[in-house]
Design a protein around this ligand. Structure first.
Ligand SMILES: NC(=O)c1ccc[n+]([C@@H]2O[C@H](COP(=O)([O-])OP(=O)(O)OC[C@H]3O[C@@H](n4cnc5c(N)ncnc54)[C@H](OP(=O)(O)O)[C@@H]3O)[C@@H](O)[C@H]2O)c1
Length: 280
């Protein structure tokens, strides 16, 4: 049985991807931070698909030690891995100041960039041992609104200025950069990215936001595709052959990333920094 590990499988696109992979007979492990949500998602998916090989491990992706412990448990339980999907993301419009984690990282950067990097590093050997090891990193179509965006290495902790939205796009750019870097370096693993378009969100997740922000999310949802539709791209890239490009949109067509993402010296600088920041 082929095996996938996906972060944030208890909600949205990740949830639908778990379901689709289960329908294809894959063993899927979700990496989630909330036990109750993970358990509920697992039970629902097992019930809906009739496929019992869906499980979860708990990890807070903003905490590097928690990731290390979860990977260690994964290795004990599963021994092999074919696809890692770095799907989870931290984007909370109600946060006004940078939150610094116990690792000394800004929380969004930790979850959206450092966690995918560390997971890839810790699982690299298993993915290389797979006949067809793959990593999928999830980016955002919103980056298209900022075609000249550069990664600001001097603001990775929000020390100059902070907004959750700006930080999120900086993170998604960084994720593309590290994906391109690892894709060149780790040739035994197919490393690709998905450019997620507007996807309907579960409004219950935004109950804590101010009225205006909630209204904007509702309007956005009217012009959005379903999580199920978007998850099909994850599933195709994870399970099918014939997609050799780097970045894919919601129609599973190859698209270009922001030009800054391709700058090799900047990619290398980022990955060297991530190695320092995520080492014990
Ligand atoms: N929806 C869109 O319109 C859209 C657009 C562009 C890009 N994307 C990207 O698509 C991906 C999936 O988005 P979505 O809308 O499906 O997301 P979602 O429904 O908001 O789910 C996010 C998932 O990430 C998990 N997560 C967040 N922080 C975590 C942490 N520290 N540790 C562990 N898990 C954590 C959440 O867990 P909890 O349930 O515990 O919070 C949840 O399972 C993300 O990478 C997002 O950036 C989405």
């Amino acid at each position: 049985m082929k095996k996938a590990l996906i972060t944030g499988g208890n909600s949205g696109i990740g949830y639908q991807a778990v379901k689709q992979l289960a329908e294809k007979g894959w063993q899927v492990t979700m990496l989630c931070r909330r036990k109750e949500a993970a358990e509920r998602a697992c039970q629902e998916i097992i019930q809906q698909t009739g496929h019992p090989h869906v499980s979860y491990l708990l990890a807070d992706l903003a905490d590097m030690e928690s990731i290390r412990q979860a990977v260690s448990r994964y290795r004990q339980e599963q021994q092999t891995l074919d696809v890692l999907i770095n799907n989870a993301a931290d984007f909370d419009l109600s946060v006004k100041e940078p939150i610094i984690t116990k690792d000394g990282l800004e929380k969004q950067f930790a979850t959206n960039v450092a966690a995918p990097f560390l997971l890839s590093q810790l699982l690299r050997d298993l993915l290389e041992q797979s006949e067809d090891g793959r990593i999928l990193n999830i980016s955002s179509q919103g980056l298209m609104l900022y075609p000249f965006l550069k990664l600001d290495f001097d603001n990775l902790k929000g020390q100059k200025h902070y907004s959750p939205a700006q930080t999120y796009y900086q993170n998604k750019l960084a994720l593309l950069m590290l994906s391109l870097y690892l894709r060149r370096q780790w040739t035994a693993i197919k490393i690709q990215a998905v450019r997620v378009t507007n996807v309907k969100v579960d409004m219950r997740r935004y109950a804590h936001l101010k009225v205006l922000a909630r209204k904007l999310y509702k309007i956005k949802s009217k012009f959005s595709i379903s999580p199920e539709q978007m998850a099909r791209v994850y599933t195709m890239l994870a399970t099918e052959d014939g997609y050799e490009g780097f970045l894919y949109n919601e129609k599973c067509r190859e698209v270009k990333a922001n030009s800054f993402a391709y700058q090799e010296a900047e990619q290398e600088k980022l990955c060297e920094l991530l190695e320092q920041l995520t080492s014990k």
